[in-house]
Design a protein around this ligand. Sequence first.
Ligand code: CA
Length: 225
Amino acid sequence: MALVLVVEDERDIREVLRRYLEREAHGVLTCGTGAEGLRLLREADPDLVLLDLGLPDIDGLEILDAATATHTPVIALTARAAVENRIEGLQRGADDYVTKPFSPKEVVLRVAAVLGRRVAPAAPGPMTYGGARLSIDGDRHEVRVGGRLVELTPSEWGILVALASRPGRVYSRLELVNRVRGYAYEGYERTIDSHVKNLRHKLDDPEVVETVVGVGYRLGLDRDP
Ligand code: CA
């Protein structure tokens, strides 16, 4: 599972992609303009971008360049007629492309293929964050904040470990549900919010778990070297 950013100005296409990707347990962020796409790329640090090259405000290739600069894989979505765009897009570093009209199933398969080419991040062992403000020891199953041992429920542990696997990266609630339970269920947003609320209360350090409004949560501390 991964966080996928869909930049596409056609609402129907956006929503069908969201449905299919969420069915595969991916977290999905969508937007309809290039400006919003650039912002989400920067703030949410997605694992992959599905990018419509024909956007209303800016040239999709601008987003492609921004994604390439941060080594974020891109699958370009292009109109069948726009052959030149397609070739240029691939030459500028898109990992793959699909032409419209496409089958959402095909897009999902290509997403899996592109993500499969990337190396999975290592599970966190004993790690410290924010100058040892937070420490997580996966072997001992222990969390400490400012040296104080904190007892967490399995759900709270799962959320914190997921956030800490990539500090600063935003995780949507759906992704966190999948990390914690392995599947999505009704009302997951409220459930995750209440786990996060309890987790924050126990950690007693408001900067450890940050809210990114409209997107999800992230670890607010850097991993120590
Ligand atoms: Ca378009």
